[in-house]
Design a protein around this ligand. Structure first.
Ligand code: 13P
Ligand code: ZN
Length: 274
């Protein structure tokens, strides 16, 4: 089978375009990766043309020999649907998890996203934490989440609680909360280490004054998680634009009732009195 005919590739392309349509991917902003299943690799392998091995910039030994489909560095999400073979690529990792090589895509040259270290370190952490279930890592630049990083304290417990309060579905969709990485230089190993540390606990990690990372089992769940958190951030931005204080809100006891009925565990660290 040709790579572009595979279902996982169609899903990847649709997800990238959905993000573009949301306005989360100005210019080359954001990046997306998916850890490809063995049988999916087998089905398209005849279409592969391996290039040179290149250093990843970090080490991910647990991901040795895995294949990923990933957006290219400097490539625009708005172009993924129009010219996928120029905008995205499939990479293979070596047996040590130190190097990668492009086996398909980026036909006009280029390399995988500059955030490859963060993507792969998140994939490694999530693969271990979920017994292999999580396969998608998504980085976007959602406007309202970014705006909030200028006005809220950069603390996990504040962002989690505020996003939960803005929409009843949030504590059900991300009961484990949201992590916050302070401003750091993007594109390297340091921010990858900081982000993947938070991903041990959360499925969402905010990058202050930059964007957000989401992790999930499939494209729908991962995109939906990003969308739900950003929608809540939008409500908070609107609320704060109308008046600085909430007249009424969802209380800690309301959350405890919700947790019981919806069968989710909401950590008490987020249900503090204000
Ligand atoms: P890339 O074009 O290298 O993926 O970078 C975009 C980005 O959002 C960096 O954080
Ligand atoms: Zn970014």
């Amino acid at each position: 089978m040709r790579v572009l005919d595979a279902e996982f590739v169609k899903n990847f392309i649709r997800t990238a375009n959905d993000g573009w349509e949301q306005g989360w991917h100005e210019r080359n902003g954001g990046n997306l990766s998916y850890r490809i299943r063995l049988e999916e690799v087998e089905a398209v392998k005849e279409d592969f043309e391996p290039k040179e091995w290149q250093p990843i910039g970090t080490t991910v030994p647990k991901l040795a020999k895995e294949y990923f489909i990933v957006t290219g560095s400097g490539k625009y999400f708005r172009n993924v649907i129009i010219k996928p073979e120029d905008s995205i690529c499939i990479i293979e990792l070596d047996e040590k998890g130190e190097n990668y090589r492009i086996v398909w895509g980026l036909v006009n040259g280029g390399r995988p996203t500059s955030e490859l270290p963060t993507h792969l370190m998140n994939h490694e952490v999530k693969m271990i934490a979920t017994g292999g279930k999580h396969r998608v890592i998504y980085h976007a630049h959602p406007t309202n989440i970014i705006a909030l990083t200028f006005v809220l304290p950069l603390e996990d417990k504040v962002f989690t609680r505020e996003l939960w309060e803005m929409s009843t579905e949030c504590p059900v969709i991300f009961p484990e909360g949201v992590g916050v990485v302070p401003w750091m230089v993007p594109g390297g190993r340091d921010i990858a280490v900081a982000t993947s540390e938070l991903m041990k606990k959360y499925n969402l990690a905010i990058w202050a004054h930059h964007g957000m990372f989401a992790s999930g089992e499939d494209f729908d769940l991962t995109f939906g998680l990003m969308h739900t958190a950003e929608k809540s951030a939008e409500i908070l931005v609107k609320m704060l634009s109308m008046q600085p204080n909430k007249r009424q809100t969802i209380t800690p006891d309301n959350f405890r009732d919700l947790a019981k009925d919806f069968n989710v565990t909401l950590p008490e660290e987020f249900l503090y009195e204000k």
